[in-house]
Design a protein around this ligand. Structure first.
Ligand code: NAP
Length: 307
């Protein structure tokens, strides 16, 4: 657990899951907004509702940012109960405890709540129909938070990656050092989104709410699609990664071959098209995340500077 203090009138912020991709960026960007208590798995097991509840009562926050989740999409097929405990049970308890204290609760969900059977960007009122256990558990989490109500925001995002953690970009860069040739799925299209841009969006919107810029909770509470701009297939994303990484980082790009999902079987099925429209977010909060290409560039530059 880490703690950081600012002025006593500032909102007390509890960040859950600060060792994850998004949690790390939230902890950085919210420094200065208020005193932060940031916890990871060592301080709380979110699969245990009593521990989760006790954490909120002990820290008495004005705001909870929940960056923790069970994110192992394929493993979730065989760990259904654990996925639901973390992705549905924990957000329900956090939302209930936030509501009890009249605190703001910020939660994140996934494009995998959709079945992919659309060819234009999904909007918030489209019917979810998850293809896998992870998506179903995240959908149950959304519904639990909405059921509690109060001052909550759910940001549905997609294909999250960044300079740290377990993600497609870092996997590609590692594989480039091990192999000359890679086959990448070309028939799944989505919106790669950086942990950095997602944290920026959260910070801008939450500080706007604190400053009273968006009106009363009834005006802003709800679910918003929150992704970097544009769309691409995993294959196209890998091409873009290697085109820029060849210039910015010390790697030799492997030869890439596009393949179909059916040629790369995984335990969990994934949506064919899961691009999310951010029109509601932009209309309500006036915030637009960067296009995925410039967010990728920023991330590769961070990796170059860290080399
Ligand atoms: N990654 C993606 O592609 C993606 C796509 C769409 C939406 N999202 C959503 O975006 C949010 C942030 O994702 P992310 O990529 O930043 O996730 P991440 O890097 O996997 O981080 C999740 C964090 O939650 C922690 N956690 C898991 N189980 C826990 C438990 N029982 N008790 C305490 N902590 C636990 C993990 O700890 P350990 O590492 O120790 O397990 C990890 O630090 C999540 O809501 C996720 O569902 C992610």
């Amino acid at each position: 657990m880490s703690e950081m203090h600012t002025k006593s009138a500032d909102p007390r912020i509890l960040i859950v899951g600060n060792a994850g991709q998004l949690g790390r960026e939230l902890e950085k960007i919210f420094a200065g907004v208020g005193p932060i208590v940031a916890v990871d798995r060592e301080s709380v097991d979110l699969a245990d509702p009593a521990q989760t509840r006790e954490l909120v009562r002990r820290t008495a926050p004005d705001m909870i940012l929940n960056a923790a989740a069970y994110t192992a999409v394929d493993r979730a097929e065989s760990e259904r109960d654990l996925a639901y405990a973390i992705n549905e049970g924990a957000p329900r308890v956090l939302a209930e405890e936030a509501h009890r204290r009249n605190a703001l609760f910020v939660h994140y969900s996934t494009d995998y709540v959709f079945n992919g059977e659309k060819s234009s960007p999904w909007i918030e009122t489209d019917a979810p129909n998850p293809l896998n256990v992870y998506g179903a558990s995240k959908l149950a989490g959304e519904q639990a938070v909405e059921g509690v109500g109060g001052k909550f925001l759910i940001f549905r995002t997609s294909w999250v990656y960044g300079p740290h953690g377990n993600n497609f970009l870092l996997t590609m860069l590692r594989l480039a050092r091990e192999r000359d040739r890679l086959s990448i799925v070309d028939d799944q299209t989505g919106g790669p989104t950086t942990s950095i841009e997602l944290a920026r969006a959260t910070h801008s919107i939450v500080t706007g709410i604190l400053a009273g810029r968006f009106g009363a909770p009834a005006d802003w509470a709800g679910l918003y699609h929150t992704t970097c701009g544009g769309s691409v297939s995993w294959f196209g994303f890998a091409q873009a990664i290697f085109a820029r990484a060849a210039e910015l980082l010390d790697i030799k790009p492997p030869a890439l071959s596009p393949i179909a999902t059916k040629d790369y079987p995984t335990p969990a099925a994934r949506p064919r098209y899961s691009v999310l429209s951010n029109a509601k977010l932009q209309a309500r909060f006036g915030f637009e995340l960067s296009p995925w290409e410039s967010a990728l560039e920023e991330t590769l530059e961070i990796l170059r500077n860290a080399e």
